[in-house]
Design a protein around this ligand. Structure first.
Ligand code: PAF
Length: 271
């Protein structure tokens, strides 16, 4: 796509559109990484193959005009906004499955989701040929899986993780937040408060089970909320935390009505 730019940094920000301040932060980080002589590319593509739930795909917000304005304001040079038929042949038959990190957390709850993410991101890497790509740490597992994909397939791109961007009340920004009812929107920052309480408890020596129980109990008290999972795992392997000197990841997914929200926090034991 961008042949002829050898020597310059090409920084890709893959998105599914419905852009918000979280995406804008990724784009500004990409702009800084690219520098004045580099190129920032944003892709806006609602990738159907990563949705395990047809209802979620059908109700996912789409705001192409506003998305272009966000890209422009953040100094993006090229916006790639393909249709599904541009991205996928009707008889496509190649899959891209990561088989270890994808078996837990969201991967265990959303069959095929990360295979769809790996497929589209590898296609975007082939099309754009970026030197760098920026992803948000709200999708912590996604970033870990994509790092593994790049490592195992020798894809020549450096991945950068960007910190989670939050509303002033602590709710992690997500394109799905606009679908929350007013009651659920008001209650949703409880996720962040529960994670911070859990962090304090973990630092004081609470066990993995105690930490998870505390978050589940807090979320359980909110009417209309269904906890999908609360897990404390090794932040690198995403599997059981066998050595507590390692960084841990406390990850949460919960349905507020039919809107699935995720959030996470990195935890370390205080010496
Ligand atoms: O994080 C997202 O928005 C999507 O999973 C991604 C990386 C753009 C792939 O469709």
């Amino acid at each position: 796509m961008l042949a002829g730019h050898r020597g310059k940094r090409i920084v890709l920000v893959p998105t599914m559109g419905a852009l918000h301040e979280g995406h804008a932060t990724l784009m500004r980080q990409a702009r800084t990484l690219a520098g004045a002589g580099g190129i920032v590319v944003a892709s806006v593509f609602l990738n159907p193959v990563q949705f395990d739930n047809a209802g979620d795909l059908a109700t996912y917000p789409q705001t192409p005009e506003a998305d272009l304005a966000v890209c422009r304001a953040c100094g993006v040079d090229v916006v790639f906004m393909p249709t599904p038929s541009v991205m996928y042949c009707a008889d496509r038959s190649i899959t891209m499955e990561e088989t270890h990190l994808s078996t837990v957390l969201c991967g265990a709850k959303r069959p095929g989701h990360f295979a769809g993410v790996c497929l589209v991101v590898s296609k975007l890497f082939n099309l754009v040929q970026p030197t760098d790509a920026v992803f948000g740490k709200k999708d912590y597992q996604q970033l870990a899986i994509l790092r593994r994909m790049v490592r195992d397939l020798d894809i020549p791109v450096t991945l950068h993780g960007a910190e989670i961007v939050r509303e002033s009340d602590g709710l992690a920004l997500s394109s799905r937040n606009v679908r929350l009812t007013p009651e659920h929107r008001a209650a949703a920052p409880t996720i962040r408060r529960a994670l911070l309480e859990a962090q304090a408890a973990y630092e004081k020596g609470a066990s993995v089970a105690e930490v998870c129980r505390c978050v589940v109990d807090t979320l359980f008290r909110i009417p209309g909320v269904k906890v999908d999972y609360v897990e404390l795992v090794d932040a690198e392997t995403l599997h059981e935390l066998k050595d507590e000197s390692h960084m841990a990841l406390l990850a949460v997914a919960a349905y507020f009505g039919d809107v699935r929200l995720i959030d996470n926090i990195e935890l370390t034991r205080k010496a």
